[in-house]
Write a protein that binds this ligand. Structure first.
Ligand code: UT7
Length: 334
């Protein structure tokens, strides 16, 4: 049986760091509040003007190609998960391909809020498993700072900018993506969205004056849904693959709030040292959180490790994926 397996991973982070102390000079907040309620110490911000998500995405993809010694011409598909595309059109994926020298591929964007990377991975898996594509890049790329209101203390501490990319290839070994559960419920729209800039409310002086191009979030409502849905699908995927908690090597949860991550791990009966957590350094980078975790933990991953990825985001969208890691983390000499 052919499975789609991750064979390499790379990431790109902007150099500029925005600390909680700096944020405390911008809005009425404190390092203590942010650390206690969210668990974020600092986040990266892409400050260079005229650069968008494709800048970060293309850098991550170039590193990925270099690291895996892949000729850009061999890539036959690239999917970019993002809620902060460079433009409404064309797709940021097209721009990333152009910047990374990928010119034999088809490419498109996928928006599933913070679940975008998981949705894109599951989509790419289909092309690999049915034999249509041999080398697929899935990239999560976000310049969240472009839609954050730095006068709104309820949202500005949360988000950061980053990109992460993986290479997906066919494998006949017993590794790769085994199962996934993806779900969405548009009833979540009022609780987490961007009010203007789409076809319902195109950009105008009024929408800009009213701050309607920024993220709008009803935090408590989203929090409750996130804990319950991520724990629910992660439990379901473990059950239907007869996985007990001791069989799981790593849980890779979306990094939205440390309290959410801890609550999900508790409900899954998983020890905290099996949970990838880097929210304190990067914040919530939306579609980039999962690859950013895998990238940071890559050297500790071993072939055959059972990994559960889980996400929750705008839509609402949520999901879980079970994969068996495909290589020993340090098999390449870099
Ligand atoms: O990635 C997509 C999915 N998104 C999520 O999963 C996010 C889910 N939600 C959350 O992570 C949390 O709800 C937040 C971090 C957004 C907010 O934390 P909370 O513990 O739910 O706070 P809250 O909104 O209930 O606010 C509690 C208090 C309020 O003051 P009062 O009304 O009790 O006087 C807020 O005004 O904290 C106040 N507050 C702040 N205080 C200091 C809100 N933001 C801040 C702040 N600094 N930055």
């Amino acid at each position: 049986m052919i499975r789609a397996t991750i064979t390499g991973i790379a990431a790109e982070l902007p150099d500029d760091i925005l600390t909680n102390d700096e944020l405390s000079n911008m809005v009425d907040t404190s390092d203590e509040w942010i650390m206690t309620r969210i668990g974020i110490k600092e986040r990266r911000i892409l400050k260079e003007s005229g650069k968008g998500s494709s800048h970060l995405g293309a850098k991550a993809v170039k590193k990925l190609l270099e690291k895996t010694a892949t000729d850009p011409a061999e890539i036959d598909l690239l999917i970019c998960a993002t809620v902060t595309p460079d433009h409404q059109f064309p797709a940021t994926a097209n721009i990333i391909c152009h910047k990374a020298g990928i010119n034999n591929a088809f490419s498109y964007d996928l928006n599933a809020g913070c679940s975008g990377f998981l949705y894109a991975l599951a989509t790419a898996q289909q092309f690999v498993e049915n034999g249509k594509s041999k080398k697929v890049v899935v990239v999560g790329a976000e310049k969240m700072s472009s839609i954050v209101d730095y006068q709104d203390r309820a949202t500005c501490p949360i988000f950061g900018d980053a990109a992460g990319a993986v290479l997906l290839e066919p494998s006949e070994a017993d590794t790769g993506i085994i199962d996934s559960i993806l779900q969405s419920d548009g009833a979540g729209q009022p609780h987490l969205h961007q009010k203007a800039g789409g076809s319902v409310s195109p950009a105008s002086h009024r929408t800009v004056d009213a701050g309607e191009h920024f993220i709008y979030q009803e935090g408590q409502c989203v929090f409750k849904w996130a804990v319950s849905k991520m724990a629910d699908v992660s439990g379901k995927i473990m059950k239907r693959n007869t996985l007990a908690h001791e069989d799981i090597a790593w849980l890779v949860p979306h990094q939205a709030n440390l309290r959410i991550i801890e609550a999900v791990a508790r409900r899954m009966n998983l020890d905290k040292n099996k949970v990838m957590i880097n929210i304190h350094k990067y914040g919530n980078t939306t579609a980039a959180t999962l690859p950013l975790c895998l990238w940071e933990w890559e050297n500790r991953l071993m072939k055959g490790d059972n990994i559960i990825l889980t996400t929750f985001g705008a839509g609402f969208t949520w999901g879980a994926m079970y994969l068996k890691w495909g290589y020993d983390g340090n098999y390449r000499d870099y």
